[in-house]
Design a protein around this ligand. Structure first.
Ligand code: NI
Length: 400
């Protein structure tokens, strides 16, 4: 594979780091050990500065190049990885499986952290660039918006940079393939909560009550009409109810039912239509049954939108590493959410996918967030080489 030779030299070492991180997963904003490991490695690589404490466990390594521009006021870029794991009971059976029961690196953030560490090691050793590279290790991508917190806590004021880049492994396409896309790439996310209050009663005497379970059933069905009937067909939207909780036993009509769900969209206008539809249907249906509905529509992540210039640069670096035939256009955006969106809202940049499929058969690997998913260590040098190449191409050495 046409990866940076020096990085290929530490493939085995990176694999050890990755499997160690995999064995010790930590939930969002609790990445204390992970953050410590990252800091200790960055220190051992001899980076120029380590910034800690942003978003609690976030770490930024500062690596300065050799040229005259490599001081304050010089050129700079940011490379970002995420560090957190998910509340999933692991079922991989691998020797490096989670030792933290109920918590699992099921999205490959162990691999993302490792690939950026690999690039940091190489960049700190070779310094074959001018300006400054910020390696950003953010907590809480899955939950609690660590990216948003870092931006709010002044990431881009403290670390002045021209552009910021992110990357995610993608098991559904073969290892070493890059997927790129301009414009909206991942969806905006809203959390939906609906509480229906009726009137509790004996299950055999429903006429004394107002049954919130019947109301909930009508609401779930009706919500499906928002995307089908209110959103312009050429636009995209999703409304999913993922949780319903109400009642305890056979013969009691409960007083309340609680529902949780997610909405996905790319444009704020569609977000408004989804919100309006959820509120209108939930409250209207509840009222028509004599019940009440309280609706929360909490927009947690904006859409992940790639800048065309940054994407062209990212694509060029990917082609240098993997070759033209391995760098593909991503024809459709995905409805997954990504909190790198907050960084891209604040700073021009790009987010791309790196294929991680093991056996060359497209779509046959376990997808991220599955209890049997495990990051493919084969792509560690590919991702690290992409980061290193991107830094060297964007911040080329000038003659001293
Ligand atoms: Ni992820």
């Amino acid at each position: 594979m046409p990866i940076v030779n020096r990085i290929a030299d530490f493939h085995a070492e990176m694999t050890e780091w990755r499997q160690d991180l995999h064995a010790h997963p930590e939930l969002s904003l609790q990445e204390v050990r992970t953050s410590g490991v990252v800091q200790e490695k960055l220190r051992s690589f001899g980076v120029d500065e380590i910034i800690t404490g942003m978003a609690r466990t976030g770490v930024v390594g500062v690596i300065r190049g050799r040229g005259p521009q490599s001081g304050p006021g010089g050129r700079a870029i940011g490379l970002r990885a995420d560090m957190d794991a998910l509340p999933i009971v692991e079922e991989t059976g691998v020797p490096w499986a989670s030792t933290n029961h109920g918590v699992m690196h099921a999205c490959g953030h162990d691999g993302h952290t490792t690939m950026l560490l690999g690039a940091a090691k190489y960049l700190a050793e070779t310094r074959n660039f001018d300006g400054t590279v910020y390696v950003i290790f953010q907590p809480a991508e899955e939950h609690l918006g660590g990216g948003e917190i870092m931006v709010k806590e002044g990431l881009f004021e403290r670390c002045k940079m021209e552009k910021v880049f992110g990357m995610h492994n993608w098991p559904q396409v073969p290892a070493g393939t890059f997927l790129w896309r301009n414009g909206p790439t991942m969806a905006a996310v809203a959390n939906i909560e609906i509480t229906i209050t009726g009137k509790g009663a004996h299950g055999a005497l429903p006429h004394f009550g107002i049954d919130p379970i019947v109301v909930a059933a009508q609401i779930v069905s009706a919500l499906q009409s928002i995307v089908a009937r209110n959103i312009e067909p050429a636009e995209s939207g999703v409304v999913t109810i993922g949780h319903i909780n109400g009642g305890h036993t056979y013969n009691v009509i409960p007083e309340t039912v609680h529902m949780k769900g997610t909405a996905r969209y790319y444009t704020p206008a569609v977000g408004d239509q989804l919100e309006d539809g959820v509120r209108r249907l939930a409250t209207g249906i509840a009222t028509s049954f004599g019940a009440k509905a309280e609706v929360v529509f909490d927009r947690i992540y904006p859409a992940t939108v790639n800048d065309p210039d940054a994407t062209a640069l990212a694509r060029r670096a990917a082609v240098t590493v993997a070759g033209e035939s391995q760098v593909r256009h991503m024809d459709k955006p995905t409805m997954g959410g990504e909190d790198f969106a907050f960084m891209l809202n604040a700073k021009q940049g790009n987010y791309l996918m790196l294929g991680a499929g093991r056996n060359g058969r497209e779509g046959s690997d376990f997808m991220v967030h599955h209890p049997r998913y495990d990051f493919n260590d084969e792509i560690l040098p590919v991702g690290a080489s992409y980061w290193a190449t991107l830094a060297e191409q964007l911040l080329p050495r000038q003659a001293d």
